[in-house]
Design a protein around this ligand. Structure first.
Ligand SMILES: Nc1ncnc2c1ncn2[C@@H]1O[C@H](COP(=O)(O)OP(=O)(O)OP(=O)(O)O)[C@@H](O)[C@H]1O
Ligand SMILES: [Mg+2]
Length: 378
C-alpha cells in the first residue's frame, strides 16, 4: 500500500538518501533464510548506507523482523512488518503489514514532533525575545530519526537509539533511594512530560490512520483487558466491561500504544529514547502513562513499597505539559488502566518478561493491589 502524500516526516534527515519517498527495489518478495536474514532488507541496507556492512538480526516481535546494520555511516536499524508470524502457529494479526507500517511511520513522526518543546510563554505586554523563540529548547527525550520508508516491502529504516532498555533498571534489585531517584525517576519525568505533549498533538490524515489502527486497538484491548475479566469478582464485571467499552470508543488522543520499558532506551546520563510505534492508536493519554507506570508499580510492590507516590509524581510531570480538561476524571481512569495493566503483566501471556522475577508473596501483593484498586474505583 503506498503511503499517502500527506505523510510528513519532521525528523532531520541523516544521509543524502534519507527520504520519505519509497526506495524502489527491482526484485520480487522472497522469504528470509533460516538465519532470519531477509534479502530485501539487505538490499534496502545496501541502497541506504555505504559498504562494508555487517548485519545482525535482532530478536524481536512475532510479526516483524529487525536488522541492525553497521556501516561506515554508523549503526542503523531496519524493521520489516510481516503478514504471518515468524515462528509458532499464531493466527494472523487483525491489520495488514502495510497498515502496521503506515501506523509505525505516522506515530514515529508524531513522537519526534513531541520532542520539540514549545518556547516559554511571553509575559503579556512585553516584546517577544527573538533569541529565545528561535532557539529550540534542549530535548530531554529523543526519538531516533526515521530515515526511509520502503512501502513496497513494509520496511522502515531509522537511526540507532543510544542506551539500554529501561526494563533492566526496573527489574534490578532494590537500589538505595538516591540511586533509584536518578536511575528511575529522571527517565520517568522526561517520559511523562513528553507524553503530555504527544497526546495533545494533531495526527493526520485522521480517518485513514483510524482505519489502519482501530482493529489492532480492539485486538489488544481484548487481550489486555477483556480476557482479565475472569480474574475479577463477578460483581465487578459489568462496571469493568463499561470501562473497557468506553476506552474502545475514546479516540480523541494519539497514544504510543506499547510504552513498555523495552521500548524505552536510557543512556548513562539518563536520557531516554523511544522506539517501536506500530501499536499506535487513538485512545486516551492515561492508557500510555498507565502502561509504563504498571512496571513502576510492580517494582514498588516487589520491594514492598506503596506504588501511589510515584504514580502521583508521574501525574504531576504529565500535568506540567498538559492539563486534561477534567483532572480528577482523568486520574480515576489512569488508576483503572493501571490496575488492569498490573494484573495483565501478572497473568497475561508475556508474564515471564514483566513479573517472572517476582516471588510468590510479591506476585500476591501485585494481584491484591490491582484488585483492590478495581474494587474501589469501578
Ligand atoms: N532504532 C533503534 N535503536 C536501537 N535499538 C533498536 C532500534 N530499533 C530496534 N531496536 C532494538 O531491537 C529490538 C526490537 O525492536 P522493536 O522493539 O522495534 O521490535 P518488537 O518487535 O516490538 O520487539 P519487542 O517485542 O521486543 O518489543 C528493540 O527492543 C531494541 O533492542
Ligand atoms: Mg519493542
Amino acid at each position: 500500500m503506498p503511503y499517502p502524500a500527506s505523510t510528513s516526516l519532521a525528523t532531520p534527515l541523516a544521509t543524502p538518501l534519507a527520504t520519505t519517498a519509497p526506495v524502489s527495489l527491482p526484485l520480487p518478495a522472497a522469504p528470509a533464510d533460516s538465519a532470519g536474514v531477509d534479502s530485501e532488507m539487505i538490499q534496502v541496507a545496501r541502497l541506504l548506507w555505504p559498504g562494508p556492512q555487517s548485519v545482525e538480526p535482532v530478536a524481536g516481535g512475532l510479526f516483524n523482523r529487525v536488522l541492525k546494520v553497521s556501516s561506515p555511516a554508523g549503526t542503523h536499524y531496519l524493521k520489516r512488518f510481516t503478514e504471518v508470524a515468524l515462528s509458532g502457529d499464531f493466527p494472523p494479526l487483525p491489520t495488514r503489514a502495510a497498515q502496521r507500517c503506515l501506523v509505525a511511520c505516522s506515530w514515529h513522526d508524531l513522537a519526534s514532533r513531541a520532542c520539540v518543546m514549545p518556547p516559554p510563554a511571553q509575559p503579556p505586554g512585553q516584546p517577544p525575545r527573538q533569541a529565545a523563540i528561535r532557539q529550540p529548547t534542549a530535548r530531554p527525550l529523543t526519538v531516533p530519526a526515521l530515515i526511509a520508508i520502503q512501502s513496497e516491502y513494509d520496511i522502515v529504516a531509522m537511526d540507532a537509539a543510544a542506551g539500554a532498555p529501561l526494563h533492566e533498571r526496573l527489574t534490578s534489585g532494590p537500589g538505595d533511594k538516591a540511586v533509584d531517584a536518578a536511575a528511575l525517576e529522571l527517565p520517568l519525568r522526561s517520559i511523562a512530560r513528553w507524553l503530555g505533549r504527544l497526546h495533545a498533538l494533531p495526527l493526520q490524515p485522521r480517518n485513514a490512520l483510524l482505519a489502519a489502527s482501530r482493529p489492532f486497538k480492539a485486538f489488544k484491548i481484548e487481550l489486555q483487558y477483556v480476557r482479565l475479566l475472569d480474574e475479577l469478582p463477578p460483581r465487578l464485571h459489568r462496571a469493568a466491561r463499561a470501562f473497557i467499552d468506553d476506552y474502545l470508543a475514546l479516540e480523541a488522543e494519539p497514544v504510543h500504544g506499547d510504552l513498555n520499558s523495552r521500548n524505552l532506551l536510557v543512556d548513562a546520563d539518563h536520557r531516554v529514547s523511544v522506539i517501536d510505534f506500530e501499536q499506535g492508536h487513538f485512545g486516551e493519554g492515561s492508557y500510555d502513562l498507565a502502561y509504563l507506570l504498571s512496571e513502576y508499580a510492580i517494582r514498588a510492590l516487589n520491594h514492598d513499597r506503596d506504588p501511589l507516590p510515584i504514580v502521583a509524581r508521574a501525574w504531576d510531570h504529565y500535568g506540567s505539559t498538559r492539563l486534561p480538561a477534567d483532572p480528577s476524571a482523568w486520574q480515576r481512569r489512569l488508576h483503572l488502566h493501571l490496575a488492569f495493566q498490573c494484573l495483565y503483566r501478572l497473568v497475561g501471556p508475556t508474564r515471564a518478561v514483566w513479573t517472572g522475577h517476582l516471588d510468590e508473596p510479591a506476585g500476591r501483593r501485585v494481584r491484591d493491589w490491582s484488585l483492590g484498586m478495581l474494587e474501589r474505583l469501578l
